[in-house]
Design a protein around this ligand. Structure first.
Ligand SMILES: Nc1ncnc2c1ncn2[C@@H]1O[C@H](COP(=O)(O)OP(=O)(O)OP(=O)(O)O)[C@@H](O)[C@H]1O
Length: 276
């Protein structure tokens, strides 16, 4: 099946600087969530901005449902690509939350009744219902991060690029966001690519994981495979999810290691019960 988003040998870099990333190839299927991991400065934001058309591809190409995407952010937005920025102040410009989230659907030329329905649904899905009249400037940082997510959800994009959407959220909010990402991908059939440092949450929301490092893509596959190579993770300045690390530190011989705390608990419980 043709993937919704197909990144083929893309090299990317900001401004006049040399390419930060070379020859990155990955794909995101419709309804799938792919987590983009890597150390600070490895090029996650650069890749997302390039896919959005805010930076030119220095080599390679990007396809949507098998057709090459046009150049530039306007062409890519019109094709259904949307990016939620890492820094909310780069994205939010409406006076109130309602106005901000409405601006995207309004620019798509939708009727006001549909715009209003999209705003209500988007704010509810990120847990900001009832705050629509609040001034954007008054929102807390975590609320601004949710507002950024609401803004792109309201666009109903075919490809959703999210730059560290959970950074700055409280721990419960971080878990809720993981569930939300999975639900959004499944329900809207969007291809979702998420740059993140939240390794413990990644197995909760990502179908596949792309690891960036050393100026390129070091691994791409399901979480249990992408996190399996300890040397590769060290080179990428990453660590596996805590549940997997615990398994390794305890030296549990039963592999594969669990990826989540729930999975670890389920596997350890019978062992502990057998001892008591
Ligand atoms: N306008 C620019 N000119 C020159 N270099 C830049 C510019 N913008 C970013 N860079 C550099 O490009 C590299 C990649 O930055 P990028 O923001 O893509 O990293 P990142 O993986 O998103 O990092 P983080 O996890 O810290 O958000 C960094 O070394 C950064 O300093």
């Amino acid at each position: 099946m043709t993937p919704r988003l197909w990144v083929e040998g893309v090299s990317a870099g900001p401004g006049g600087a040399r390419a930060v990333l070379t020859g990155v190839s990955l794909e995101v299927r419709a309804g799938e969530v792919v987590a983009l991991l890597g150390a600070n400065g490895c090029g996650k934001t650069t890749l997302l901005r390039t896919l959005m058309g805010l930076l030119p591809e220095r080599a390679g190409r990007t396809l949507l449902d098998g057709a090459p995407l046009g150049r530039g952010a306007a062409a890519r937005a019109a094709a259904g690509v949307a990016l939620a920025f890492q820094n909310p102040d780069d994205q939010l410009f409406g006076a109130t939350l309602d106005e901000d989230v409405a601006s995207g659907p309004r620019a798509q030329g939708l009727r006001e009744v549909e715009v209003s329905a999209r705003v209500t649904a988007a704010l509810a899905s990120v847990g900001l219902q009832g705050l629509g009249a609040r001034e954007v400037e008054q929102l807390s940082f975590g609320e601004k991060k949710r507002a950024c997510l609401a803004g792109v959800l309201a666009l109903k994009p075919r490809v959703l690029l999210l730059d560290e959407p959970t950074a700055g959220l409280d721990p419960v909010g971080e878990r809720e966001a993981a569930g939300l990402l999975r639900r959004v991908a499944r329900e809207t059939e969007a291809a979702v690519l998420v740059a993140t440092h939240a390794v413990d949450e990644v197995p909760l929301f990502a179908d596949r994981v792309a690891i960036l490092g050393e100026g390129t893509l070091l691994a791409f596959g399901p979480p249990e495979r992408a996190f399996a190579d300890a040397d590769l993770l060290t080179r990428a300045r990453l660590r596996p999810p805590a549940a997997m690390e615990l398994w390794e530190r305890l030296g549990v011989p039963v592999l594969p290691a669990p990826l989540t705390l729930d999975a670890a608990a389920e596997r350890l419980r019978p062992l502990l019960e057998a001892r008591s």
